[in-house]
Design a binder for this molecule. Structure first.
Ligand SMILES: [Zn+2]
Length: 341
């Protein structure tokens, strides 16, 4: 299985590497509405960065668990570390001074933004706030940029990704006033990075290579078990290789799509993703019985979900279906049978 190269997106210029995800942030855009950060009081760039980091860390953590637990079901696998990276240069003017002051970020050098519990990055002793200086003896490029840009960080992530392609790497990291050497040993997991998009829109989607969730949507999911319902559903679209089908009919893959009348095949694809998604999250140790109350909460907050959407069953139908599937999974767990969807 080849490693996907670092991906770049135009808007918000998010960069993702397979083995080390980079968190996303808007470039030169104006500050996002506070609703993009969930129900928190925000009155400073520092508070916004902290709120976004909390959501990023949760998506990183749930994404790591889903990826690590489901390698045998994923068509694409590769080395994963559970480490989320960012750089000073990815932040826009209004966030950059705080990114530097709060996180010790330094130009293009990768800084550790989050570490998934139970991950190789945690086992290696990496800490949030570490700045990566070199990998296997090769220095990461320092340097800076005036405008918010992912180019410099992306080049450094390419270097890290290449070094970790054999599963392990030796990192030199700056921690406080000292420098430490860290041996990082990746594990094999699903090769579909999970990415938080800073946005006040509610969405989650998969494109066959990655899984995306908006920050507003992540903030609507109070428990990690709830977040796992959304991310598990989207990961299931990739596991089931729905992308080929979706590309053919040229539609967006959106959890909450709403564009008219859907062909039956799309509704079936959504039902399959709901079902397989519950297995993926249960295999990762999350509670499949959270799916029904989560959908109830979601349809209360987003009333349009109560009716069938384009390509999506109605929330009521989904709730009945996921309750039945969760019962089956819990029964399988109780009898010690393997959880194979
Ligand atoms: Zn879907």
């Amino acid at each position: 299985m080849g490693l996907p190269s670092v991906q770049k997106r135009a808007c918000c210029a998010a960069v993702i590497a397979l083995i080390a995800s980079a968190l996303s942030a808007c470039g030169t855009d104006a500050p996002l509405p506070a609703s993009a950060y969930g129900d928190v009081v925000l009155d400073s760039p520092s508070a916004r960065l902290a709120a976004m980091n909390t959501l990023d860390a949760r998506v990183n953590s749930v994404g790591f668990r889903l990826s690590a637990a489901n390698a045998e079901l994923c068509p694409n696998t590769g080395p994963i570390t559970g480490m989320l990276l960012h750089s000073e240069t990815q932040y826009a003017d209004y966030l950059r001074p705080s990114a530097r002051a709060d996180w010790n970020l330094d130009g293009n050098l990768p800084g550790v933004a989050a570490i998934a519990p139970g991950s190789p990055a945690e086992a290696a002793g990496l800490k949030v706030g570490d700045i990566l200086l070199s990998v296997d003896g090769e220095n990461f490029a320092a340097g800076n940029s005036t405008d918010a840009s992912f180019e410099g960080l992306a080049a450094n992530l390419d270097l890290l990704e290449a070094a970790l392609s054999d599963g392990s790497a030796s990192l030199l990291v700056r921690r406080g006033d000292g420098v430490e050497t860290v041996r990082l040993q990746a594990v094999t997991g699903c090769a579909y990075p999970f990415q938080l998009d800073p946005s006040d829109d509610f969405y989650a989607r998969a494109d066959g290579k990655r899984v995306f969730i908006s920050s507003a949507m992540a903030a609507l999911s109070p428990l990690d078990d709830d977040l796992a319902v959304v991310l598990g559903h989207e990961l299931a679209h990739n596991v089931l290789d729905h992308r080929a089908f979706f590309d053919e009919v040229g539609v967006a893959r959106d959890l909450l799509g709403n564009w008219g009348v859907a062909p039956w095949e799309l509704v079936k694809a959504e039902r399959d993703a709901d079902r397989v998604g519950l297995y993926l999250l249960a295999r990762a140790g999350y509670d499949p019985r959270r799916a029904a109350p989560f959908w109830r909460m979601l349809s209360a907050r987003l009333p349009h979900l109560r009716m069938a959407q384009w390509g999506h069953p109605s929330a009521g139908e989904r709730i009945s279906a996921v309750e039945l599937i969760a019962d089956v999974i819990v029964e399988q767990q109780a009898s010690g049978r393997p959880l194979i969807p």
